[in-house]
Design a protein around this ligand. Structure first.
Ligand SMILES: [Zn+2]
Ligand SMILES: [Zn+2]
Length: 337
C-alpha cells in the first residue's frame, strides 16, 4: 500500500465518521508533506525511521506510513475500515441509488480542507458523475469567500481538471451569500458563467420574519439561482453550538422555489438537518424540486449523502423531483433554464 494513500484514507474515514477535525487534518497534512518528497528520500526515511524529523509528521502518521510501506494494512487504518463497513444512516438506500452527484461542496479555496482534485477523486470513488464546487462568496470573509478575481482563477483551474477527469465533471459553482436585501454577493456576469448557483443566508439570521421572507423570496426569484441552501440556518448539534431556525413564511419561500424551478436543498450535514421535518414535508407536498447535498468541506464528508437520503426517503420525495438524480446533460439543461 502506498504510504500517502494510506494517510489520505485514514483522513477520509475520520472525516466520514466525524472525528475531531484537527485529527483528520493532521493526516491530510502529513500526506501532503510525504507527497512532496522525492520518492527515494521517502523510501530512505522510512527505512531509517526518520519520517518524524519532517514538519507535519508525528509518531502516529509516521507509523501509518511505515506500516503501509512495509506492505501491511496499518492497524490504525484497519480499525477505521472496520467501522466504515457499517452504513452511516438507517434507510435511504433507494434514494441514494438514484443520485448521480452532489451540488454543494467546498475546497481549500474557501473554508474547505483539501484541494479541488482530492474532492473530485473522492466523488469519483463514490460513483458520482458530477460534483459542484461551490466555494463561498466575497462577503463571507470568515470562510475566505472568493473575490471575483479568485473565482475567475478557479474557473480556469477547474477547466484543466475537467480535461483530465472526463467523463467525470466538476461543475463550476458558488455558494453565494443572500445579502440583507435579497441581492446576491457576486458579479452577475460571473454568476452567469457558473454551472450551479447555490444561494444561502449566512448573516443576520435573526432578522424579522417578514423581512427574511422578502429577502429569501427575492433571492429565489433571481434568474441565476438554482438551489436554496440550508434554508433555516439552524444548527442542532456539533462544535459550533446550536442555533435556532430563522423565521420566515415557508409557504411564500417554497412557493417561490416552485414557481422559479429552484430546488430546495436537503442539507445532509448532521448538525444542520435542514430543512426540519415539518418544512421538508411541506416542500414535498408543494411539489418543489429538491437537491440532496452534503455541503462537504472534506472528502470523507461526501458520504454524508446517506443522512440526507434517509430523510428524503422518509419524507417520500419522489425521484423526479430530485435534481441530482438527473444525468449530467439533464441537470445542465435545468441549471441553464
Ligand atoms: Zn452555507
Ligand atoms: Zn456550504
Amino acid at each position: 500500500m502506498d504510504p500517502v494513500a494510506a494517510l489520505k484514507r485514514v483522513a477520509y474515514l475520520m472525516e466520514r465518521e466525524r472525528a475531531e477535525a484537527r485529527r483528520a487534518t493532521a493526516f491530510r497534512k502529513a500526506a501532503r508533506r510525504l507527497e512532496e518528497l522525492d520518492p527515494q528520500e521517502l523510501e530512505r526515511r522510512i527505512a531509517a525511521g526518520t519520517l518524524t524529523e519532517l514538519p507535519d509528521v508525528g509518531q502516529r502518521t509516521a507509523g501509518v506510513a511505515t506500516e503501509a510501506a512495509q506492505g501491511r494494512v496499518p492497524d490504525y487504518l484497519a480499525a477505521l475500515e472496520e467501522r466504515a463497513g457499517v452504513s452511516l444512516a438507517e434507510g435511504g438506500e433507494t434514494v441514494r441509488g438514484w443520485l448521480r452527484g452532489d451540488l454543494h461542496t467546498h475546497s481549500e479555496w474557501s473554508d474547505g480542507g483539501t484541494p479541488i482534485i482530492d474532492m473530485a477523486r473522492a466523488a469519483i470513488d463514490l460513483g458520482h458523475d458530477y460534483l459542484a464546487l461551490t466555494d463561498h462568496s466575497p462577503r463571507l470573509t470568515v470562510a475566505r469567500g472568493l473575490s471575483p478575481e479568485r473565482l475567475r482563477e478557479q474557473l480556469d483551474v477547474v477547466a484543466e481538471l475537467n480535461a483530465e477527469l472526463a467523463p467525470f465533471r466538476i461543475l463550476t459553482g458558488i455558494e453565494v451569500d443572500i445579502l440583507d436585501d435579497g441581492s446576491l454577493d457576486q458579479e452577475p456576469e460571473l454568476l452567469a458563467r457558473l454551472d450551479v448557483v447555490v444561494a444561502s443566508v449566512h448573516s443576520k439570521l435573526r432578522m424579522d420574519g417578514r423581512a427574511m421572507t422578502r429577502r429569501m423570496v427575492a433571492a429565489v426569484e433571481h434568474p441565476l439561482v438554482d438551489v436554496l441552501g440550508h434554508c433555516t440556518g439552524r444548527l442542532i448539534t456539533g462544535g459550533r453550538g446550536t442555533r435556532p431556525e430563522s423565521e420566515f413564511d415557508p409557504e411564500a419561500v417554497f412557493g417561490a422555489c416552485l414557481e422559479n424551478d429552484v430546488a430546495v436543498e436537503i442539507n445532509s450535514r448532521p448538525e444542520r438537518r435542514d430543512p426540519p421535518t415539518r418544512l421538508l414535508e411541506m416542500v414535498v407536498e408543494l411539489g418543489c424540486l429538491v437537491s440532496i447535498d452534503t455541503d462537504a468541506h472534506a472528502p470523507g464528508q461526501l458520504e454524508f449523502l446517506a443522512y440526507g437520503c434517509a430523510r428524503a426517503e422518509e419524507a417520500g420525495v419522489p425521484r423526479d423531483r430530485i435534481v441530482n438524480a438527473l444525468p449530467l446533460d439533464d441537470l445542465l439543461a435545468w441549471t441553464n433554464r
